[in-house]
Design a protein around this ligand. Structure first.
Ligand code: HEM
Length: 469
């Protein structure tokens, strides 16, 4: 009986594989399908996804398809494909992320599709650059408070230092005061659960929740926290609607559509989106600056020219001051270029052309910011940290460098991009004004494991700091 079943499975498998290949239109891009039915190239892709993508590009050219876990995933790697990815009317963002959102924060399909456009509009408006500068003063004050806790000198894990400063400020901005814990014990608990949730998310997107107990526990912890705290966060009523927090705006919109009960799930999504990449990018930025002495020197010269010599307490930072410190912004952008997310996705809704290929409807279309930023055609000497390359970008007009796609693009680019740039710029300016720093440990390598988020350092890195006199 057992032999019979095995034989049957093999025959069915080969038949499915044969049929799949028969169905392939010769005009479709080259396809890497592996030999195991349904799984396809899933194992090889899953082992080291970023390396896999680059090797496939070198072997198969700028457009290729990977068949994995029953999905056809078509990668575009050069400008013609990037253009289609962001501009074609035949591709769709919402259909490419809906299942993921349902899996990770349990927002049902119908609610997601009804609210995505409305909620995106609210976030985009709230975090538009012209609107953000009014929060600068508050952000500076709160960052000062956090930096006070460092004392006059010390040695600390850089990620911890950054996280302790940026998480509360960001949570206060997105949710309002009252959510972020204040006692040491509760803060540690919050950090542990967030780390579990964040680090397990890539697995969670592929597997049923019952297989990832730790991740599931932290998800529930946050949902319970939000269920309890959202009514309190709602009580705080600012004088004008313009000052409502992002979470208040989201809850109001859900309430009008009678889907208020999903507010905790959206809160978890917002928490993840706002914190996940933020501290890692800030940490890399500081490491890149300190690792490049000439950049560090120039950053410090800029800071001294704007704020004067050290010694003053609690300097204020205005929009005007930041405009005089373009190098810090270039450093943040150059860092993001180098550690960008592994992939962003869209769904092909109607068959469409890229170069000479026809991409069938139903394909998942993927683009890798990480690798596009390493193509010397678009970024000469791509592996080098060269903040000065950003001099060419018209940042005053909020333009970027061609082919810089770390924040996505098209109809739904990252709505938090201006916020994250502003917060890290201010943080770096304050930290470097206040302290002289150096890296204690070797400059870490990148993990190259992150598909959805920015690359993490493989090893931790301590920093030694001392008040500047
Ligand atoms: C360096 C840090 C960040 C990076 C690299 C980043 C990158 C991205 C990318 C690539 C996307 C998908 C865009 C697309 O597919 O076209 C995205 C979406 C999103 N990001 Fe960010 N992001 C960052 C920080 C933030 C922050 C700080 C917030 C909130 C305060 C935020 C909120 C969001 C949200 C809500 C979405 C989903 C938008 C939608 O549903 O249409 N991000 N981000």
């Amino acid at each position: 009986m057992e032999i019979f079943l095995t034989a049957l499975f093999i025959i069915l498998g080969f038949t499915a594989f044969y049929l799949f290949h028969q169905r392939r239109d010769p005009q479709n891009p080259p396809c890497i399908s592996g030999w195991i039915p349904w799984i396809g190239a899933g194992f090889k892709f899953g082992e080291a996804p970023l390396e896999f993508i680059e090797q496939a590009r070198i072997k198969y050219g700028p457009v290729f398809t990977v068949f994995a876990l029953g999905n056809r995933i078509t990668f575009v790697t050069e400008e013609e494909g990037i253009d289609v990815f962001f501009k074609s009317k035949d591709i769709n963002f919402e259909h490419s992320v809906q299942e993921l959102i349902e899996k990770i924060v349990s927002v049902p399909k119908d609610i997601f599709f009804s609210f995505h456009g409305i909620l995106y509009g609210l976030m985009k408006n709230k975090m538009r650059i012209s609107h953000l500068y009014q929060f600068t003063e508050k952000m500076v004050e709160e960052l000062h408070e956090q930096l006070e806790t460092l004392g006059t000198d010390g040695k600390n894990d850089l990620f911890n230092l950054v996280r302790n400063s940026l998480y509360p400020v960001t949570v206060n901005f997105v949710f309002g005061k009252g959510l972020y814990p204040i006692t040491h014990k509760k803060i540690v608990e919050f950090h542990e659960h967030f780390q579990n949730f964040d680090e397990g998310l890539q697995f969670a997107s592929q597997m049923p929740e019952c297989f990832i107990r730790n991740w599931s526990k932290s998800k529930k912890w946050f949902l319970t926290l939000f269920e309890k705290s959202i009514p309190d966060l709602e009580k705080y009523k600012p004088s004008d609607d313009d000052s409502l927090t992002i979470m208040q705006l989201i809850t109001n919109a859900l309430r009008q559509g009678t889907s208020e009960h999903k507010a905790p799930n959206y809160a978890l999504l917002m928490l993840w989106a706002s914190l996940s990449n933020l501290a890692t990018v800030a940490c890399w930025t500081i490491m890149f600056i300190l690792h490049n002495p000439s950049v560090y020197k120039n950053v410090m010269e800029g800071i001294v020219s704007v704020f004067g010599e050290a010694g003053k307490n609690n300097i204020k930072i205005s929009e005007k001051d930041l405009k005089k410190l373009p190098l810090i912004k270039w450093c943040v952008l150059e860092t993001i270029r180098l550690v960008s997310p592994g992939i962003i996705t869209r769904k092909v809704m109607e068959p469409m052309k890229i170069l000479s290929y026809t991409i069938p409807a139903g394909d998942i279309l993927m683009l890798s910011p990480f690798w596009i930023h390493r193509n010397p055609k678009y970024f000469p000497e791509p592996e080098l940290f060269k903040p000065e390359r950003w001099e060419k970008a018209d940042l005053e007009k909020n333009a970027s460098l061609d082919c810089f796609v770390a924040f996505g693009g098209g109809k739904y680019p990252c709505p938090g991009r201006w916020f994250v740039l502003l917060e890290i710029e201010i943080f770096v300016a304050l930290l470097f004004y206040k302290y002289q720093l150096h890296l204690v440990d070797p400059f870490p390598k990148q993990s190259l494991k992150q598909l959805m988020g920015v690359q993490r350092p493989v090893t931790s890195c301590r920093v030694e700091y001392k008040c500047r006199k």
